[in-house]
Design a protein around this ligand. Structure first.
Ligand code: SF4
Length: 685
C-alpha cells in the first residue's frame, strides 16, 4: 500500500477544453488519472464542468499517436523522428528553392500553449521566411477582436469573469453560454437568481440561458446589428446616453449619431421581427442598468457582418458609459482553452506577438535584431487565403498543428479538394484526426497533461500548466517538435524549457514585458497587459484607452443583409453550435465512453410547427442539403428552435455540419459565415 501511495502524484494544470480557464490539481498514479480536484482557481473557484472533470480518457486512448507516421501509398508506416526530419528538410527546402518561402504555410493551434504559438510563428517568419501563419481564432473570434480594436483598442474581455457578477444587467448575444462556457454561466445564473441581476438573451435558439432570461428576444438570422443600433438610437433620442463619459472619453460621437439615424425602432421591428415595445424595454433596461456586461460568441461573429455587429456592441457600451468600471464592458467568449493566447502570441499573418504589426519597420527591426535574420515584409495569408492559394497552385506545403481543419473549416468539400492538391502536408496532433488522413507526414504531439507551458483564458488570464505525465510513446510536446524542425532547417535554437521562450517573448513584447514563470508559479496568474514590474491588468481600461489621445472612438457601421437568404429550394435556415458534452469536432471527447453514452450521434433540431407541416417526428431520418453539400441525420423535434429554423450540433465526426456551410466570409476578417446557411430538408424512407 505504501508503494502505491508513493506513486500517487498531484499536479497543477489548466483545463484544456474551453476558454473559461478553470485550473485544478490532477491526481495521477503512473499513467492513471485518479481525479481532478479544483483548488480555488481564479476563474472557477472550486467548480469544474463535466468536461473538465471527466473528459481526460483521451490521454490514455489507444488511438493516441505514439510515433511519426509517413505516408506510403494509401497507408502510413511508423518512422523514427530522424526519418521524419529528413523528409521535412527535403520537402520544405525543395518547395522553398523552387517556389519561394510563400509557397509554405503554417497553422497554429488554439489548443497548444502560448510558447508553442510563439515558436510556430517564429519558425514561419524567421526560419522559413514567410508570414503565412494563422490560427483557428480566424474561425471564431477574430471578428470580436476586430470590433474591439476599432473602438477601444484591445481585443480582449474588459474585466475578469468574477466581475460579471457585479453587473446590474448581463446581455448575452449569440452564445449558448451554459453549454459552451459552463462554469462562467454558473456565475451568471447565481447572480441572476440570488442578487437580482437582470438577464437579457438574444438568440435564435431557446437554450438554457434564454429560458432563465428576464427578456428573451429572437431576432431574425443575421439581424443583431439592426436592433443594437436601434436601441442606441432610442437611447440618444431620449437623452439617456452617458453624456459625461462620452464627452470625456469617446471621439466621433456626431458621426456615430448620424450613422444610426436610419435605425428607428419601427425599422428594426420590421427587419428583426422583434416588436417595438420589446425593443423599447430592452433599450430602457440597458440605459438604466447599473453596469452592463455584454457577452457574445459565435452567434454574432460567424456572419458576414460579424465584425460589424461586434463593433455595434462596443459602440453601445461606449454610448452608455459601460467601460472603465468593474461589472461592465465587453466579454467576447473565447471557445478553445487558448484561442486568446494563439493570437496574442503572434500566430497571425499580419501581427507579431502582442499585436505588433509586421509592416511596421521599427517593430520588424526589433525582431530582426533579436532573431538575427531578415524578416518578410508583406503580410501573409490567413486560413481562408491559404485554401484559395492551394487551389490557385501557389501554396504547395502546409504544416498544421492541433487543428482538425477538414471538419472545422467551412465548406468541407472545397477544403477537401484543396488538401488533395498539396505537394506536402504535415499534420501534428495528439490523435489521428480526419485532417491527418490527408497528410504525408503525421507527427505525434503530447497533450497538456504531458507538458509545461502557459494558456491564456478568455479573461486575458495567463496560467501555467505543469507536467503530470510523461509523453506517451515517442510523442513530444509541440514546442520540442517545432524546435526540432527549426533546427533541421538550419536554425540554432536551444530552448531547454518553455520559461526561456516566455523570457524571449517578454523582452520583445511590451504587452508581456513583466511576464515571468516565477510570477506565474503554481496558482499565481497574470492578466495582460503586464508592466515590467509585474503589475497586471484585471480591468482593461482604467486611466485611458490605448490610443494616442487616450480616448476610445465610436466606429460607425452600416447594416448589410445576410449573404445567404432562403429561397424556393433552400427554404430553411440552419444554425449550428456546441453541445455541452462534446468539444469541437469531438477528437478528444469522443474517446470517453461515458460521454458517448449520453450523446450518441448527430441530429438536427426541428421546431414542432415545421415537424407537423412536414410529417416528421423525433427519430425520422432526413437528408439536409445546401448548395455546398449534403448529409443524413436524425430529427429531434424541440421548441428550442422555432418556425423554419433548424439547428445542428457542430461536433459530429460522421456527418459534420461543415459539409453544408459555404464560402461566404465576414467582410473585415475573412471569418467564415458558418451561421448563414440556407438548406432544404427531405424525409428519407
Ligand atoms: Fe474546462 Fe471550460 Fe468546463 Fe472550466 S468550464 S472545466 S475550462 S470546459
Amino acid at each position: 500500500a505504501e508503494m502505491r501511495h508513493a506513486r500517487v502524484k498531484r499536479t497543477k494544470t489548466v483545463c484544456t477544453y474551453c476558454g473559461v480557464g478553470c485550473s485544478f490539481d490532477v491526481w495521477t498514479r503512473d499513467r492513471h488519472i485518479l481525479k481532478i480536484e479544483p483548488m480555488h482557481g481564479p476563474a472557477n473557484g472550486i467548480s469544474t464542468c463535466v468536461k473538465g472533470k471527466f473528459a481526460w480518457d483521451f490521454v490514455n486512448s489507444p488511438k493516441r499517436l505514439t510515433s511519426p507516421l509517413l505516408r506510403q501509398g494509401d497507408t502510413f508506416v511508423e518512422v523514427t523522428w530522424e526519418k521524419a526530419m529528413e523528409v521535412i528538410a527535403e520537402k520544405f527546402n525543395a518547395a522553398k528553392a523552387e517556389f519561394g518561402p510563400d509557397s509554405l504555410a503554417f497553422i497554429a493551434s488554439s489548443k497548444c500553449t502560448n510558447e508553442e504559438s510563439y515558436l510556430m510563428q517564429k519558425l514561419a517568419r524567421a526560419v522559413v521566411g514567410t508570414n503565412n501563419i494563422d490560427n483557428c481564432s480566424r474561425y471564431c473570434q477574430t471578428p470580436a477582436t476586430m470590433g474591439l480594436s476599432r473602438t477601444v483598442g484591445y481585443g480582449g474581455d474588459t474585466g475578469s469573469i468574477a466581475d460579471i457578477e457585479k453587473a446590474g444587467l448581463v446581455l448575452i448575444i449569440g452564445s449558448n453560454t451554459s453549454e459552451s462556457h459552463p462554469v462562467l454561466a454558473t456565475r451568471v445564473k447565481r447572480s441572476h437568481k440570488h442578487r437580482g441581476q437582470r438577464l437579457i438573451v438574444a438568440d435564435l435558439r431557446k437554450h438554457e440561458m434564454a429560458e432563465r432570461a428576464d427578456i428573451f428576444i429572437r431576432p431574425n438570422p443575421s439581424t443583431d446589428a439592426v436592433w443594437l443600433m436601434a436601441v442606441a438610437k432610442y437611447i440618444v433620442d431620449h437623452n439617456l446616453h452617458a453624456k459625461d463619459f462620452v464627452a470625456q472619453w469617446v471621439n466621433k460621437f456626431d458621426d456615430y449619431v448620424k450613422s444610426i439615424e436610419p435605425y428607428t425602432l419601427e425599422h428594426a421591428a420590421a427587419t428583426t421581427g422583434i416588436s417595438v415595445e420589446v425593443l423599447e424595454t430592452v433599450a430602457l433596461e440597458i440605459a438604466r442598468a447599473k453596469g452592463v456586461c455584454i457577452l457574445w460568441a459565435m452567434g454574432v461573429t460567424q456572419h458576414c457582418g460579424g465584425s460589424d455587429t461586434s463593433t455595434s456592441i462596443s459602440n453601445l457600451l461606449l454610448l452608455t458609459g459601460n467601460y472603465m468600471k468593474p461589472g461592465a464592458g465587453a466579454y467576447p467568449l473565447r471557445g478553445h482553452n487558448n484561442v486568446q493566447g494563439a493570437s496574442d502570441f503572434g500566430s497571425m499573418p499580419n501581427l507579431f506577438p502582442g499585436y505588433q504589426k509586421v509592416d511596421d519597420p521599427e517593430v520588424r527591426g526589433k525582431f530582426e535584431a533579436d532573431w538575427g535574420v531578415t524578416l518578410p515584409v508583406v503580410k501573409g495569408l490567413d486560413n481562408h487565403g491559404m485554401i484559395e492559394a492551394i487551389h490557385q497552385g501557389k501554396l504547395k506545403v502546409l504544416y498544421l498543428k492541433g487543428e482538425d481543419t477538414i471538419t472545422s473549416d467551412a465548406n468541407a468539400n472545397h477544403v477537401d479538394a484543396a488538401f488533395r492538391k498539396l505537394d506536402f502536408m504535415v499534420v501534428q496532433d495528439v490523435m489521428f484526426s480526419q485532417t491527418a488522413a490527408y497528410a504525408d507526414l503525421v507527427l505525434p504531439a503530447s497533450p497538456s497533461l504531458e507538458k509545461e507551458g502557459t494558456f491564456t483564458s478568455t479573461e486575458r488570464r495567463m496560467q501555467r500548466l505543469y507536467r503530470a505525465l510523461d509523453p506517451l510513446g515517442y510523442s513530444l510536446p509541440d514546442w520540442e517538435i517545432i524546435q526540432m524542425i527549426a533546427n533541421t532547417l538550419g536554425a540554432r535554437w536551444n530552448y531547454t524549457h518553455p520559461s526561456e521562450i516566455m523570457a524571449e517573448v517578454a523582452r520583445l513584447t511590451p504587452m508581456f514585458a513583466g511576464v515571468t514563470y516565477e510570477r506565474l508559479e503554481g496558482y499565481k496568474t497574470l492578466q495582460w497587459p503586464v508592466a515590467k514590474d509585474g503589475t497586471d491588468t484585471p480591468l482593461l481600461f482604467t486611466e485611458k484607452f490605448p490610443f494616442p489621445d487616450g480616448k476610445a472612438k465610436f466606429h460607425p457601421i452600416e447594416y448589410l443583409e445576410s449573404s445567404e437568404e432562403t429561397n424556393a429550394t433552400f427554404d430553411l435556415h440552419l444554425n449550428n453550435g456546441r453541445v455541452l458534452e462534446h468539444f469541437e469536432q469531438g477528437a478528444m471527447t469522443y474517446q470517453s465512453p461515458g460521454i458517448m453514452a449520453m450523446t450518441p450521434e448527430n441530429f438536427v433540431e426541428v421546431s414542432p410547427e415545421l415537424a407537423a407541416e412536414r410529417g416528421l417526428t423525433s427519430g425520422s431520418l432526413v437528408r439536409v442539403r445546401s448548395p455546398y453539400g449534403q448529409l443524413r441525420v436524425q430529427v429531434l423535434v424541440t421548441d428550442r428552435v422555432q418556425g423554419k429554423q433548424l439547428y445542428m450540433p457542430m461536433n459530429s465526426v460522421l456527418e459534420p455540419v461543415n459539409k453544408l456551410t459555404g464560402s461566404h466570409l465576414d467582410r473585415a476578417t475573412n471569418t467564415p459565415a458558418y451561421k448563414e446557411i440556407s438548406v432544404e430538408m427531405v424525409l428519407l424512407e
